[in-house]
Write a protein that binds this ligand. Sequence first.
Ligand SMILES: [Ca+2]
Ligand SMILES: [Ca+2]
Ligand SMILES: [Ca+2]
Length: 347
Amino acid sequence: MTLPKIKVRVMESPKTTILLLAVLAAVFNPVLSADSNCIGNTNEDDLINIDDLLAVLSAWGTCNDPCAEDLDGSGVVDNDDVLSVITAWGPCENTNPDVLFNLDFNHCTVGAYTESMLEDDWNTPAWSQGVDEGRTSITYTDNETNKALAVRYPKSEYGTSTSGAQWKLLFGSSYEWVRLSYRVQFTSPFDFVKGGKLPGLIGGEGNTGGGIPSGTDGWSARMMWRIEGAIVQYIYHPDQPEYYGEDFPWVIGGEPLFFQPGQWHDVVHEVKMNTPGLNDGSIKAWLDGELALEAESMRFRDVDDFAIDGMYFSTFFGGGNSSWATTADEIVLFDDFVIEAISTLSD
Ligand SMILES: [Ca+2]
Ligand SMILES: [Ca+2]
Ligand SMILES: [Ca+2]
């Protein structure tokens, strides 16, 4: 019923039609552009920043020969090209991400997960907790079709020395934009009590354990389960409001998300560094394939001495006092760690 009306109106008003086409062109131009790898970049630095914006502004107007500042190939350097720069701000996306790390535990022998296995699998961590103490093992899962890492949290314990396990995987290089994926299962029944830590990406000193990062030391972006298994990203960053890390709840459609005991969950974290001193970093997260967190305007650092430098395998109940302690022996399974560099740019 309404379609003919719209058609008549468009025909009666050619100016509206042109405007509509211009808007559609502006929206779809970045997609249609030939080099979809890094639209917005006017030079060779794999980074879209103030230099590219200034280049576009100084080349304003007709572009007789193909010019780098005419980002959408329209023949004119204009507002559309400014838009291309602004929407793609940050490091260029690498369409074939480099896999930095991949671990599925299927090569492991079932039984204790020992210090020497840890060294082989995790690029020889400088230290670990929970491994020599017998809280890590390899177990069959899914009717013995798969092997996974099992971490134990003994009854009535909390904290890093008597519950869970910890070590750091260091990449050996710094990356601007990294995706971490893994699977996690809280074995059923599971009493979440008040909460506990789960692995995440880190940079610099990988600040944890209290204190506001200075902007020149480091940051961390682990996850936590909270009461009843509520899922949050737990981030130490220079803009955190309090002494301890800041919770960024995982939410879909306005509803907070919870881990379900006895079920494998796919977890993905994607961290994009900020330009030193600017709030233009981001962190996104997905639960079982659905976007669950999108935090823009993040500032992880004020210097370029560090970026995304590693992953902190960190899991324990706590919290710093016995109100966080387990009510029973608990086990969490981990599997299929994959870490990819989306932007290869490193400092
Ligand atoms: Ca550039
Ligand atoms: Ca243009
Ligand atoms: Ca596996």
